[in-house]
Each structure stands twice: as C-alpha cells, then as structure tokens.
Design a protein around this ligand. Structure first.
Ligand code: FES
Ligand code: FES
Length: 156
C-alpha cells in the first residue's frame, strides 16, 4: 500500500508517494538517487546507512520511510558546499581514515552528530559513540585521530 510522504532532505522538501513497507534508506537511495548513503547489513549493525534525522543520527535501514513523515533528514551529500569538502571530510582524507570508503559516509555523519552533541569529546567518548559504525579496513585508529583533529580545530 502506498501513502503520501512529506519529508525534507538536505533542505529540499519532497512530496512522495511511497509504499508503507519501504525504508528511509531505500527512499533516499532509490527514489532520490542520493547514493552517498551506503547499504551494508540492512540490520542496524554496520552504520553504513547513517543519516541525521531531526538532529539525531539514525540507521536509515531501520527507519520506515513513513516514520520520517514531516522530518528533516541530512545525508552526506549536504556536507559539501560549493564543491568544498566539510572539515570532517577533509580531516578523514588528511588522516588516512579512508581506505575502501564503504563505511566513510556513515562514519562522517556519525561524527557530525557526535560533535553537534558534544564539541569536545574525549577519546573514550569518541570510541563509544562511533561503536555503531564498523570499518573493515582502517583499524579505527586513524578514524579516531581524524575526529580528534576536527574537535581540536574547532570545526564541526
Ligand atoms: S545498512 Fe543500516 S546499519 Fe548496516
Ligand atoms: S574504509 Fe573500508 S570499511 Fe572502512
């Protein structure tokens, strides 16, 4: 069964007609072609699909699209401005915190959510907050260093 869905994504309001069983992740990627948000486990385990919904990070594979009715959603595509990377993205590049890149969108959105909640997290808090985002490649040390550098630079 399809129903009307009103949702704002990256500042753009959308009026869609969406089946009630579909996830926010599916709508973002398949209907709106915002493929920066990745599909991993589709079970809430890997964090590859992380987006910010009304100010908090969520696994978009676990959110039914209609649960996001009236919400503001931000995806990785919204972070780049006029072709310039966001400071979190720059820091991940500078610190070698990206290898295959599959986890990176989710990592960066979770970092953004963390730093908006607490601009000055310690290493333990960073590791704790990022535990829902899995990376097969980097061993996490460089990711933590990249986040600490953004924190210390005062940029979010
Ligand atoms: S794809 Fe959503 S948590 Fe893995
Ligand atoms: S960089 Fe490959 S999964 Fe994280």
């Amino acid at each position: 069964m399809k129903r009307e869905l009103n949702i704002t994504i990256n500042g753009q309001p959308y009026n869609l007609f969406v089946s009630t069983h579909r996830t926010l992740l599916e709508v973002i990627r398949d209907d709106l072609d915002l493929t920066g948000t990745k599909v991993g486990c589709e079970m809430g385990e890997c964090g590859a699909c992380t987006v910010i919904m009304d100010g908090r990070t969520v696994n978009s594979c676990l959110v039914l699209a209609h649960e996001a009715e009236g919400c503001e959603v931000q995806t990785i595509e919204d972070l780049t401005e006029d072709g310039k990377l966001h400071p979190i993205q720059e820091s991940f590049v500078e610190h070698g915190a990206i290898q295959c890149g599959f986890c990176t969108s989710g990592m960066i959105m979770s970092t953004k959510g963390l730093l908006e909640k607490n601009p000055n997290p310690g290493e333990d808090e960073i590791r704790s907050e990022m535990r829902g985002n899995l990376c097969r490649c980097t061993g996490y040390v460089k990711i933590v260093e990249a986040i600490e550098a953004v924190r210390d630079g005062g940029d979010k």
